[in-house]
Design a protein around this ligand. Structure first.
Ligand code: FAD
Ligand code: NAD
Length: 468
């Protein structure tokens, strides 16, 4: 085996988990190889996930705002229309630019990129197959970071046309007339909004009684009502039981409270979650243990049951989020080099990038109750915030949950424009063990939407200054 086939560490998969892990390994002085089968690095997040969806959300938000709010700002915007081809080109350009950036970054950090599909070998080492060659590489530590893939419903297989997953729904060549989204989670809401803003009639079928079960129902309801006003239709507590192909699309049979009904669509987006992706990785041959959902089981050091083989990101249990995968990657690299890498899984923020954005950190009331934590809550409507009024962003609410005994912050939920940015200060307060009182006494610039956080924290103690 030549020297260029031997590494200290090999990372398989160059998504946000894998490429960040490889960078950190290299920073820590390890000779690092990064295997990726896709021509562009960046994984799901960069190629078909976070980045393209956010580009589409932003473009369609501008369009929607011009169509529906220009007049209220005294702006005369006549004949506003859209060019879907250009909108997609803009999204593709963003992905392309970022992809080139990640490629250059990884190389500059001293990581060797190995193109091809990786398979673990029972005798040790990794076989990499590309169009050009098949080679075996070896390393003391191997990190699996092969991510996840969309879940398919057994009676509704993906065909990429009438029945699609998110990879397809970020690249439609025309706006669907009627779109049904199965699943009212992150993908369903974000991509449902994109196509609804562009003119599709969108029905979101969710089998739970409310969207966003990670939030308190009062906050989730505020978010849903706002999205309904924007044109989305929600069918809650509803199950799709059967599907039938028609000439122009798909007919779905629905069941809600014992009643059956039908719904037709030219496109059905199935967004009922993602499953770990270890296709072709050879986990069974090597004996890597997985759980019933196919997630690779790891201990607190990211070690699988096979010595020297670790796993991170969407492939292991935990929230399937890019920033969580990145933190796994950094901690894993640090642990390998004898440092005390650590991820605080209790404080992973989540954001759904609809307008207003839905952001959360920590526990909901129900989750706190399950853990035996009694909470006091305070909330503040965006409608009472001066900046929100000035910018036409009055839809939304901020809710703060604090431990009844210690006042320590337990959770924060935000439905607000720029909620993704607002949540950062709540994350910081909570990371440092802050209380509702700390948040309430922190000076927030005026006029900003962030004052809503301070006000919600004040109202935990019944001291809200700008709410009744
Ligand atoms: P991935 O990003 O899935 O990367 C895995 C990589 O491994 C891929 O590049 C794949 O090609 C490669 N690979 C797989 N098998 C092999 C093999 N055998 N050999 C070589 N290479 C292999 N998260 C957020 O935090 N914020 C968001 O806004 C957000 N938006 C999203 C929107 C959509 C539409 C989707 C689908 C997901 C979104 N996510 C978002 C989730 C986020 O994309 C994932 O949590 C994240 O990408 C997981 O990172 P990862 O590194 O674990 O895996
Ligand atoms: P999700 O878990 O966020 O939501 C799935 C929704 O589908 C849930 O509300 C669930 O109750 C519902 N559901 C499940 N089975 C159903 C069925 N048979 N009929 C009707 N409803 C059903 O999953 P997703 O939206 O597919 O996203 C996949 C992953 O990607 C998630 O882990 C998410 O965190 C990640 N993601 C994150 C972002 C973001 O951070 N902004 C954006 C997109 C995706």
């Amino acid at each position: 085996m030549s020297e260029d086939e031997k590494f200290d560490v090999i990372v398989i998969g160059a998504g946000p988990g894998g490429y960040v892990c490889a960078i950190r390994c290299s920073q820590l002085g390890l000779k690092t190889g990064l295997i990726e089968k896709n021509p562009r690095l960046g994984g799901t997040c960069l190629n078909v996930g976070c980045i393209p969806s956010k580009a589409l959300l932003h473009s369609t938000e501008i369009y929607h705002e011009l169509l529906h709010s220009a007049d209220s700002h005294g702006i005369v915007a006549k004949g506003i229309t859209h060019d879907l081809g250009k909108l997609m080109m803009k999204k593709d350009a963003v992905v392309d630019q970022l992809g080139k950036g990640v490629q250059a970054l990884v190389k500059k950090k001293g990581v060797t990129i190995i193109p091809g599909s990786a398979k673990l070998l029972p005798e040790g080492g990794v076989k990499v197959t590309s169009a050009k060659s098949t080679k075996v590489y070896n390393a003391k530590d191997i990190i699996l970071a092969t991510g996840s893939k969309p879940v398919e419903l057994p009676f509704l297989p993906f065909d990429g046309q009438k029945v699609v997953h998110s990879d397809h729904a970020i690249a439609f060549d025309k706006v669907p007339k009627k779109m049904v989204v199965i699943g009212g989670g992150a993908i369903g809401l974000e991509l449902g909004c994109v196509w609804s803003r562009l003119g599709a009639e969108v029905n979101i079928v969710e089998f739970l009684p409310e969207i966003c079960p990670h939030l308190d129902p009062d906050v989730a309801k505020v978010a849903r009502r706002i999205l309904e006003k924007q044109g989305l239709n929600f069918l809650l507590s509803t199950k799709v039981t059967e599907a039938e192909n028609t000439k122009s699309g798909t007919r779905l049979l629905l069941e809600a409270a014992g009643e059956s009904s039908e719904l037709s669509a030219d496109r059905v987006l199935v967004a009922v979650g993602r499953a770990p992706c270890a296709d072709g990785l050879g986990l069974e041959d090597v004996g890597v243990q997985t759980d019933e959902k196919g997630r690779v089981l790891v201990d607190s050091l990211f070690l699988t049951n096979i010595p020297g083989v670790r796993a991170i990101g969407d492939l292991i249990p935990g929230p399937m989020l890019a920033h969580k995968a990145e933190e796994d990657g950094v901690a894993c690299a640090e642990i390998i080099t004898g440092q005390s890498g650590h991820v605080n899984y209790d404080l992973v923020p989540g954001v759904i990038y609809v307008d207003p954005e839905i952001a959360n950190i920590g526990l909901s009331e129900a989750q706190a109750k399950e853990k035996g934590i009694s909470v006091r809550t305070g909330s503040f409507p965006l409608a009472a915030n001066g900046r929100a009024l000035a910018t036409g962003s009055t839809d939304g609410i901020v809710k703060v949950l604090a431990d009844s005994e210690t006042d320590r912050l337990v959770g924060v939920q935000i439905v607000a424009r720029s909620g993704s940015e607002l949540i950062a200060s709540a994350v910081a307060h909570m990371e440092y063990g802050g209380s509702a009182e700390d948040l309430a006494r922190t000076i927030h610039a005026h006029p900003t939407l962030s004052e809503s956080l301070k006000e919600a924290a004040l109202s935990v103690d019944g001291r809200g200054l700008h709410s009744l």
